[in-house]
Structures are given as structure tokens and as C-alpha cells.
Design a protein around this ligand. Sequence first.
Ligand code: AMP
Ligand code: GLY
Length: 392
Amino acid sequence: MKILVIGSGGREHAIIWKLRQSKVSPNIYCAPGNGGISRDARIVSIKSDDIKGLLDFAVKEKIDLTIVGPEAALAQGIVDRFMRKGLSIFGPTKELALLESSKAYAKETMCRFNIPTAGFEIFDSADKAIDFTNRPRLFAAHYPVVVKADGLAAGKGVVICKDRKEAQMAIEDMMVRKIFGPAGEKVVIEEHLEGEEASILVVSDGISFTALASAQDHKRVFDRDKGPNTGGMGAYSPAPVVTRDIHKRVMDQVIEPLITGLAKEGKFYKGILYAGIMITKQGPQVLEFNVRFGDPETQAILPRLKTDLTDLCFASIEDKIDRLKLEWEEKSAVCVVLASGGYPGDYQKGFEISGLDEAYSGGEEDSYVFHAGTAISPQSTVHNLLPMAAGF
Ligand code: AMP
Ligand code: GLY
């Protein structure tokens, strides 16, 4: 079996590492991959947003299964394009990828199905949004409020504003100065929620769904939850904050109404659905949906999965989730991200990473090195990689 994994991060490396344990012994390709992934899969030099290039490759190579890591390819409709050519691909269609690529779409969908989420208003003009912050009505009277760019903004499009001045600045940045380009054509202004965050991931075939192990990621760059937010400095699984009761409430109040509600409208959500949840005093509320595996949650979740990952993907594609029984290791897993100093701001690339041989040859029992954005330097031996960013 030939499998194509799309992406170049630690998440994709973890997916490939897991696929290598599959009973079907697949030939694994990765586009565009990275230096570390090149040890475990054949690298294909096609960017993850070059949908035509990826499609041509998959048709020519007769790829049996494609797994998409990053949201951008899903938002561009890679699943629709591959399906039209009769190719098996794991993930949602362009329309349903809007649950991540448009915060306004996600909010309106949640409203339709009575899914608990922060109060909100959607604006398509800066004047109206600013007017809203000036008028003491609804939640805008109570700061902080959260201003969100509607579209994909690489995790930077959410601003928690402690007063009116900050809210107006965020609106102007997004809608007038257009710092996120078209992603800021609309903004969502949202009530601020307090509580602990957790990620709940399920795999769905559009009708049935089943939960993956819980996980929690750490967003701040420094220890003790200090410093700016990042794409994720680490994760662990399971997440103790997701008690049996919380898990059941999220399944009953969020996942089930969403998957079933969409199906009743003739929209069948396939692939991974990731709900970012705030556990508030009033119960779990949805912060966001992602339409793909989380990064770095996947690096902590997949090492605990005993089930063959190809079975999980095909159960979703072939509408057999009701027959899928996921099995998990009882052990816990933690992923720690090592990043170049300065991240998430400007940082220097090109440092050599050493010591990987020792880690690969089983330094600690059950420890793995997943690479994100590394490359193999032409001057060095195979394990000297740059730039660095790796997860254990
Ligand atoms: P999002 O991309 O919408 O999940 O937002 C990114 C992060 O911003 C979340 O993980 C939360 O830490 C924070 N956040 C987003 N929305 C809210 C909210 N309504 N109240 C409090 N924090 C929020
Ligand atoms: N860890 C957050 C995300 O994957 O979006």
C-alpha cells in the first residue's frame, strides 16, 4: 500500500512514525516533509498548499491513502479534488473545513445546533465593529473581550482585549491595516471565558464518531505558563482535566449535535474533528474547532494508540467508524518542543542539532524524536540538522 502524508511538522512525523508500525507495511511518501522525516519516508518536493501538484503526484503514483496534516490544504479543498479523481483521502471537504477556516461559520453552525460557546457578534465592517465596542450592550460592556480574525491567521488571529482601546486597536489591525490579509475581512467579537482548556479529538465518518485519547497542549513559550502564546510548546495525554463527566458532556453537547446536525443538512463530516474546549463554571464551552490532528497533541496521542492508524483512516473514509474499536496504552505520554531562542518572535535558523543518534538508538525507553521544520545540511553527517525544532 502507498500512503502520502502531507505536511512538514512534528505532527506529520508522528503520523509517519505510527504508520511505520502498520500491519500493511506501507510505502510512505511525505510532501514536503523535513530532514528528520526523510529517515522514515520518501520525501516528495511538493509544497503542502500546491494542490494540483499533489493531485498529479497521487494519480501518477497510484497512492492508496492520503493523510492531510495542515489546515490550509483542507481549506483549499484538497479532499474534494482528490475525491473527484477517485482517490482515498482522510479529512473533511472544503465546505466543512470552514469550521476551522472561518470562525464566523463555526459560530453560526454552533448557534444552529445549540452548542455551548461564548456569546459573540460578527462584523464585516470596521465601523460597525468599533461602534459595537462603544455601545454598552451585551457582553461588550464587560471587558476583557476577545477579537478574532475570521480566517486562518497561523494561530495569531485571536486577541484578548482588556479594554475598549485594545479592542479598537485589534479591530483596526485586522480590518483597516489588514495585518492578516483577507483573513481579517470579517471579525468575531466574543465574550471572554474563564477556565481550564482541553482538546477533545474525535474521528468521524459523517454519521458515527469515536473519541481519541484526550490531550492538553501548552501554548505559552516559557515554563510556568509565562511568555507569549506559541503554536504549542508541548502536550500531554491523557489530560486529567477531561474527567469522565466532562468527556461525556462534550460528546453529548458538542460532538453529537454537530455531527448529527450537519448530517441532517446533508453534510457529512469526515476525518478528525478537534474541539478546543474551555471548561468553565457553567460547563464546557467551545473555543474553536480544528479540522485535523492537533500539533503537538498528535505527538502525545499517537504513541498511545494501539490500533493500526490505517484502520482508523479507512474506517472514516469507508463509513465504518461504528465498527472501529480504538485501543489505547494505559501509559501517559508527554511531548516537549525544543525551539530556537526567540520563538515565537524572530528567531535564528540554521543551528546544528546534535545528540539525535543517541536518542534514536533508544536513549530513554519509549522516547522518540519527531522533527518539525528541520533540514539535513549538505556539509554534515546525516543527523546534523538545521534549523531546529524537535519534539520528544
Ligand atoms: P482559538 O484559535 O479561537 O482557539 O483561540 C486561541 C486561544 O485564545 C485559545 O486557545 C484560548 O486560549 C484563547 N481564547 C479564544 N477564545 C477565547 C474566549 N472566548 N475566552 C477566553 N480565551 C479565549
Ligand atoms: N495545538 C493546537 C493546534 O493544533 O491548533
